[in-house]
Ligand binder design. Structure first.
Ligand code: ATP
Length: 251
């Protein structure tokens, strides 16, 4: 039986007096790819922050790899890529190699000097994301899509078992978005990485993920992609609180 990577039980959260999550229960098994969808402000990023241990739930219990999220051993097992990573100025003074190497801090603590082995690891993860040739470039000179792949490499360098991504393709053009999702598909299928992705892209949800969670403060649905697809319109309409028209596009 697959191990449970993330377990949330009856999790509720409020910012000051605004309730944002109510009694959310969900689990993600090892090797699964979970897509989280829901309207703007429905609590998706808050849910991720709770899974990452950045926020403590007001009520409920969260375990990652069977341990409390506060356990330090969990730290390097979780990689995170946010939606706002790809916003460097063109002259930002760091190379691709340096940005990726900074990801080692999660495992080794703050380090001042990198050794040969560290740079071999950097090359290895840059190979995985197809950007080894650009390792000496300044990060700000890369496209938004390439920058997001650099951030995946930075997350991968500490060899996480779970990768969490919050709308990683916002503001990225269509071709780069496709390359980005091809990479996620490879990491999932070939490397068996467990993935949690927040997205507004129903096309991605309907093709790439294994499981779907549909959130709007409460969890409206949590189940297989096939099950979600059968009731997609109905589920989205109830989560979004109005009729939803789904327009297909190529992915
Ligand atoms: N730090 C904060 N302080 C107060 N309120 C917040 C804070 N962060 C988020 N909120 C509020 O909590 C609600 C949920 O926000 P959250 O970012 O989790 O939603 P989301 O589903 O990720 O939204 P989006 O799809 O627009 O990114 C929103 O109403 C938001 O304004």
């Amino acid at each position: 039986m697959s191990k449970i990577v993330l377990q949330m039980e009856d999790v509720s959260y409020s910012y000051q007096h605004q309730s944002v999550l109510e009694s959310v229960t969900l689990s993600v098994k090892e090797g699964q790819f979970l897509g989280i969808v829901g309207p703007n402000g429905s609590g998706k990023s808050t849910l991720l922050k709770i899974a990452l241990g950045v926020l403590q739930p007001r009520e409920g219990k969260v375990t990652v790899f069977g341990r409390s999220i506060r356990d330090q051993k969990n730290k390097h097992q979780i990689g995170y890529v946010s939606q706002k990573s790809n916003s460097f100025q063109r002259d930002f003074p760091a190379t691709v190699q340096e940005v990726v190497a900074a990801g080692l801090a999660a495992k080794k603590g703050i380090i001042r000097w990198y050794n040969k082995k560290d740079f071999e690891l950097v090359d290895e993860v840059l190979d995985q994301v197809g950007l080894r040739d650009l390792r000496k470039r300044n990060i700000g000179q890369l496209s938004g899509g390439q920058q997001q792949r650099v951030f995946i490499a930075r997350a991968l360098i500490s060899k996480p078992k779970l990768l969490i991504l919050d709308e990683p393709t916002v503001g990225i053009d269509r071709d780069s978005t496709k390359q980005f999702y091809d990479l996620l598909h490879r990491l999932h299928k070939q490397n068996g990485l467990t993935l949690i992705l927040v997205t507004h892209d129903i096309g991605v949800v309907s093709t790439l993920v294994d499981e779907v969670a549909c959130l709007n403060k409460k969890l409206f649905f949590h189940g297989s992609r096939t099950h979600f697809m059968q009731k997609e319109k109905e589920l989205l309409s109830s989560a979004y609180n109005h009729d939803v028209q789904i327009i297909s596009h190529q992915h």
